[in-house]
Design a protein around this ligand. Structure first.
Ligand code: FCB
Length: 496
């Protein structure tokens, strides 16, 4: 890989929207010079009238049985890091390493959901959720990433799944949300092809234990974020900066996805399954031919690398050519791999946070106001473009939105209420474009807000609050924010 490509990849990863704001790590942020003055579309500093006006009923009704939901992930909420036979994950190692996370925060306690799950399930019921997306912690099921499953770990998720059903909420389980068992990392992690096989074994154990009660499975959460943040910028676990390894990791993550799909089919368990991809609409920053060409390649790395493989059974040629025939990724692709990766799926989970604007030199610039997460430009139209593009380019695969939201500097006011009007405006604008996408033919079946409650935001620790529900960490008290009350009304009337 040329030095230029390497630099471009690092830049791309640093600016890419992903779990955590690379800007804060000091790795180049989008240039302020590129900011175009626009109307505020719903950042946390949205205009005051949005804070006081009641949300009018706009008459936008969603299809009957639309799956209004919220999402979380295991390491971000559970805590109980050493309980009931749980092994260590790469995130335990990473967050306990000085300097890796803001304030040295770890997920050791997080929102203590492992102990408070029953109360949290009641809150979900009070919110009126119809669907709840959570993730299963691999090291709770297999402490070292292989071997006989740990019954106590399985029992915990069984209690979650049963508790959801009792409350009329459909479970949606992600098999991998970044907490790779450390023992597997010690053997090379996702650089080691064998990790994909281990993942399929783990998935098989989970399918057999919980299968008949989980209607929807998601395989790997945002493989791209592991690639970019875990292996390019290094601000996520395992904290590497190794572009050559990064794209081999991309391949193995996708192989793991395909093998898990095959494992579900082989198990005879009836659930539906699909990948969870964070997609970024890429737009040229200007009108030049150079910007158009750079945007096309950028889109390859951001989107087509993960979509073409699953839905077309091939990697995008421009990306492969850019990586080069001697790249570790290209050399790591074996006959039959793409067939496994493109095993038919039942649905696509889309996670949308931000658009990207690409210049002729392959840099990205900022065009819209950002949220508290410096990498997140607020642009609801990008969700519309993403949804319609997927349907246009990849066919009418059912879509679920499994993440969308923003962080706000939420704090209780003097009366104890939390007025996150900016989050209400943000969600309202994104729901409205989702509604338009459905009207225009996108088979969107559900929408999960990130996140149900405040949680451990990876290298940002507890500083960023993404929840509908406020968590007062010292007491672990939960409080519905204004957005939670508002969302409950949206769900009740099935629309805006
Ligand atoms: C996504 C992650 C999720 C959360 C949000 C803000 O990339 O999947 O865990 O961190 O970003």
């Amino acid at each position: 890989m040329s030095l230029l490509t390497r630099r471009r990849l690092l830049r791309r990863a640093a600016l890419s929207a992903s779990a955590a704001g690379a800007a804060r790590t000091g790795l180049a942020g989008a240039t302020a010079a590129g900011v175009a003055a626009t109307t505020a579309l719903g950042g946390c500093d949205s205009p005051p009238e949005r804070r006081t006006d009641p949300e009018p009923d706009r008459g936008l009704r969603f299809p009957p049985n639309f799956g209004w939901g919220a999402a979380t992930s295991a390491y971000q909420i559970e805590g109980a890091a050493k309980e009931d036979g749980r092994g260590e994950s790469v995130w335990d190692t990473f967050s306990r390493t000085p300097g890796r996370t803001r304030n040295g925060d770890t997920g050791d306690v997080a929102a203590d959901h492992y102990h408070r799950y029953a109360q949290d399930l009641d809150l979900m019921r009070d919110l009126g959720l119809r669907s709840y997306r959570f993730s299963i912690s691999w090291p709770r099921i297999q402490a070292d990433g292989s071997g006989r499953p740990n019954q106590r770990g399985l029992d915990f998720y069984r209690r979650i799944v049963d508790g959801l059903h009792e409350r009329g909420i459909a479970p949606m389980a992600t098999l991998f949300h970044w907490d790779l068992p450390q023992a597997l990392q010690d053997d090379g992690g996702w650089e080691n092809r064998d990790t994909a096989e281990r993942f399929a074994d783990y998935a098989d154990a989970v399918f057999r234990a919980l299968g008949e009660r989980v209607p929807v499975w998601l395989t790997i959460n945002e493989p791209k974020t592991v690639v970019q943040n875990g292996y390019l910028t290094g601000h996520h676990a395992p904290g590497h900066r190794d572009p050559a390894a990064a794209y081999l990791v991309a391949h193995h993550l996708q192989l793991a996805h395909g093998l898990a799909v095959q494992a579900l089919r082989a198990s005879g368990v009836p659930g539906r399954i699909g990948p969870a991809l964070n997609l970024h609409p890429c737009y040229p920053a200007d009108e030049t031919a150079e910007a158009a060409a750079a945007t096309r390649l950028h889109d390859g790395y951001e989107n087509r690398l993960y979509l073409d493989s699953v839905f077309k059974g091939e990697y995008p040629r421009d990306v492969l050519a850019d990586l080069g025939p001697d790249s570790r990724m290209v050399r790591g692709i074996r006959d039959g791999d793409l067939k496994i990766i493109s095993s038919p799926v039942d649905l696509l989970a889309v996670q949308y946070y931000t658009p990207l604007y690409v210049t002729g030199s392959g840099d990205t610039i900022q065009k819209w106001p950002t949220s508290e997460a410096g990498w997140q430009q607020i642009y609801p139209e990008g969700l519309y473009d993403t949804l319609t593009r997927v349907t246009r380019d990849y066919g009418r695969v059912p879509i679920t939105i499994t993440e969308n939201g923003l962080p706000c500097p939420d704090a209780p006011g003097p009366d104890g209420t939390i007025d996150d009007a900016g989050r209400v405006a943000f969600l309202r604008d994104h729901f409205a474009v989702a509604h338009r996408a459905i009207r225009d033919g996108v088979p969107l079946e559900s929408y999960h807000v990130w996140s149900l409650m405040d949680n451990f935001e990876w290298n940002e620790g507890y500083e960023e609050r993404w929840g509908l529900i406020y968590v007062d960490y010292p007491t672990q008290r939960r409080v519905f924010k204004r957005s939670a009350h508002w969302y409950r009304d949206v769900i009740r009337r099935n629309g805006l």
